[in-house]
Design a protein around this ligand. Structure first.
Ligand code: 13P
Ligand code: SF4
Length: 346
């Protein structure tokens, strides 16, 4: 039963004590999030993983790339555990190293301008390593604006991986126009780059969960709730972001709604576990999902109470299961890309 599992998880946490840190992303289910020592957005979780050097085990309640990031940033002997190995972010798999290299070769063969590869952390360790090797770095939805601004001010051009929407939304925020951007297409082998180097080349990855929000949803909630504030994640298309009032990372969304006055009404364009929790934690406000047809990240949801119990009881018995371990030859370049980001995010 749930109570029995709860008792055993609490017991395992007690026995493991300070050897264990449990980190959880905001999209985790309530049944999991309540056991996390810390929760956060992708940036905060990577900062926490970099700081948790004393813990022997980091149990990461999130998706595969987040656990990889924690492994890359953690201490060498530390072990990172993902309670369900099938929890992978499909967007991360939309940029395969081989395809990225093909694009990069075309860019470097054609332009004199200095390009830098920037990858959203929702990417494989291989792609992060590629960025590290080529003078680039990672970013999250919390710091994409700061990072692209810094690079553009230095006169650099950017290949942005893998999320087309975060790339475009951020570029537009920085004043770029359509003609300053070029949309790469993985499947199109004959694709030609424009003659003049675009300021940013956007990969064609996307998040299937955030892609389900449309401008029509924004129109609909505005017609139903006059005065509503619409807040969305920048993984939504630009058409949605443009019609919304605010956009930002999951931490940003939480901060805005928590600080809002009682009685205010919010439509939130992000994953449903977070939206439902915000509604519950803000009973004096109205918080609804921008798309009433549930936008669930099934990958984040794979981590469940039984999975967590299973990995913790194994640890209690001295067995490490579901360890995520990035090969040292990849980690050594990926860490460069991640540390450049952490430095710029201070
Ligand atoms: P943030 O929590 O960094 O906003 O990212 C959202 C997300 O989709 C993570 O996969
Ligand atoms: Fe990946 Fe989207 Fe799920 Fe985030 S919400 S983990 S980007 S599929």
């Amino acid at each position: 039963s749930e109570e029995e599992m709860d008792r055993r998880i609490q017991q395992a946490k007690k026995v493991l004590g300070s050897k264990l840190v449990i980190l959880g992303h905001h999209y985790q289910r309530d049944e999991v999030v309540r056991y996390c020592d810390h929760r956060g957005d992708s940036l905060k979780l990577s900062q926490l993983a970099a700081q948790a050097k004393d813990a022997e085990f980091i149990v990461f309640c999130g998706v595969h790339f987040m656990a990889e990031t924690a492994d890359i940033l953690g201490a060498p002997e530390q072990k990172v555990i993902l309670p369900d190995l099938d929890a992978g972010c499909p967007m991360a798999d939309m940029a395969e190293l081989e395809d990225v290299e093909r694009c990069w070769n075309q860019i470097t063969a054609q332009y004199q301008a200095e390009f830098v590869p920037v990858t959203y952390v929702n990417s494989t360790a291989e792609v992060k390593a590629f960025c590290g090797r080529h003078g680039g770095l990672t970013c999250t939805s919390s710091n994409a604006l700061k990072i692209l601004k810094t690079l553009f001010n230095e006169g650099k051009h950017v290949l942005f991986l893998p999320d087309e929407h975060l790339g475009r939304n951020t570029a537009i925020q920085l004043g770029l126009e359509e003609e300053d951007m070029f949309q790469w297409q993985r499947e199109n082998w004959d694709i030609e780059l424009p003659k003049v180097a675009p300021q940013i080349i956007l990969w064609d990855g996307y998040c299937g969960v955030h892609q389900r929000f449309t401008p029509a949803h924004v129109d609909y909630v505005r017609s139903q709730y006059p005065g509503i504030t619409v807040i969305v994640h920048p993984e939504c298309s630009h058409a949605v972001v443009e019609k919304s009032d605010l956009s930002g990372s999951t931490d940003f969304i939480i901060r805005q709604i928590t600080a809002a006055p009682a009685g205010s009404v919010w439509a939130v364009g992000t994953e449903i576990n977070l939206v439902s929790r915000l509604a519950k934690e803000n009973p004096d406000k109205t918080v609804i999902c921008l798309n009433e047809n549930v936008c669930l990240c099934v990958m984040m949801s794979r981590i469940s109470q039984p999975h967590l119990l299973w990995v913790l009881e194994n640890l209690q018995q001295g067995k490490v299961v579901n360890q995520i371990s990035v090969k040292p030859e990849i980690a050594k370049d990926a860490v460069v890309a991640l540390e450049r980001m952490l430095e710029l995010s201070k």
